[in-house]
Design a protein around this ligand. Structure first.
Ligand code: 5GP
Ligand code: MN
Length: 357
């Protein structure tokens, strides 16, 4: 499939490469690296994203600038490549423009259930990241095209989407690819980690403290939630984007299987769901009209926060009953339907606040 895509890409004059809204390092890293590959192969390239880039992501564009969508510029494309997402809806205005353009649409992604309308889809759920799939384009064409800017962009995508190489999506191939990036790009991993993780404002750490203080445990501690109000953001001079990574903290509490961060954004509530068990948060997010991966997913709810929490717990508990977690079956402290166990602490209304962390 990669070879077919390479051949196809080489038939175009100017390709617009687009990535999903609220882009992370995998989206932008893949986009910058693919645009550099196109350029190095004599193919015109443009990169578009709907949203402003957070500073922890924006530095990746040293080698190739990602533009805000502009109809005049988008109209110059003779094909579109979708990166790190697999349907129009995740791409904002560039996705709508591409959908209506009638031009060939290609896709490179590692999320489940891709839409069927792509002419060529490199869709591999087992890949650690979209950046790993873009690395394969270099590997299957010419590894000598990897320079410092390509290597930094792909390293950033692969490192962040694997939780610094800790998730079960990491393979020996992931590490071999990283070794190539370090050798060929002459990159300094420590500096890349610092670019991404060490540019925080003091308010972000105060916000983190407030988030940790808001942790509640439910369903016999198997589900943890974090509630972030608009006033928590305002009082710490922060925005939603400053919450990157915060949803993972409750997963470090013994027994917690899934963590949900709920944040007030523009009058609605953005949900981030994470799992460290076989409990599938993609299926959970889908019941909330969202999606993502089995272990990292997202969705939106109309709010307010209290209603969102109710809905999240209701659907989460249904999900647990529908798809029992294999890990749970072997443990005495399993989830019990609140209707059949009046003393259970799994009822959303009786959920207790979490420990002081
Ligand atoms: P995050 O929690 O970091 O926003 O997103 C985690 C994962 O879920 C990412 O893979 C992202 O693409 C996906 N995701 C986040 N929000 C949404 C959403 O509203 N809809 C869908 N379909 N996927 C989402
Ligand atoms: Mn990704």
């Amino acid at each position: 499939m990669i070879q077919t895509l390479i051949k196809k890409l080489k038939t175009h004059q100017k390709i617009a490469v687009i990535s999903h809204v609220r882009p992370d390092c995998d989206a932008i890293g893949s986009q910058v690296a693919l645009c550099l590959w196109l350029k190095k192969n004599g193919i015109g390239a443009m990169a578009f994203n709907e949203d402003e880039l957070h500073p922890s992501v924006a530095w990746i564009q040293k080698g190739f600038a990602v533009e805000r969508p502009d109809t005049g510029r988008l109209a110059k494309a003779d094909a579109f490549v979708y990166l790190d997402g697999n349907s129009h809806e995740r791409f904002g205005r560039p996705g709508e423009f591409a959908r209506d353009s009638g031009l060939p649409l290609y896709m490179i992604d590692h999320h489940p259930d891709p839409a069927g309308y792509f002419e060529i889809a490199v869709s591999e759920v087992s890949a650690s990241s979209t950046a790993e799939l873009v690395f394969r384009i270099f590997e299957e064409s010419d590894l000598d095209l990897i320079d410092r800017e390509v290597a930094e962009a792909l390293y950033a995508g692969m490192m962040t989407d694997t939780g610094s190489f800790r998730y079960d999506s990491v393979s020996a191939y992931t590490h071999r690819a990283i070794a190539e990036l370090i050798d060929r790009g002459g990159i300094v991993p420590e500096a890349i980690h610092a670019n991404i993780f060490d540019g925080k404002k003091p308010g972000q750490l105060i916000l983190l403290g407030k988030c940790l203080d808001s942790i509640q445990l439910h369903a016999r501690n198997m589900i943890a939630t974090i509630s972030v109000t608009d006033s928590m953001l305002k009082s710490t001079d922060s925005t939603y984007d400053d919450l990157e990574g915060v949803v993972n903290y409750p997963l470090t509490i013994a027994g917690v299987r899934a963590s949900v961060l709920m944040c007030e954004v523009d009058g609605r509530v953005k949900l981030s769901l994470r799992s460290k068990s076989v409990f599938n948060v993609n299926l959970w997010a889908r019941t909330l009209n969202g999606g993502g991966h089995a272990k990292a997913a997202g969705a939106w709810h109309d709010g307010p926060l209290e209603k969102t929490l109710e809905k999240v717990l209701e659907t989460g508990m249904q999900q647990m009953n529908a798809k029992p977690d294999k890990d749970q079956a072997t443990e005495p402290d399993t989830y019990t339907d609140p209707d059949s166990d009046p003393d259970s602490d799994t009822n959303p209304d009786t959920s207790r606040p979490g420990p002081t962390v």
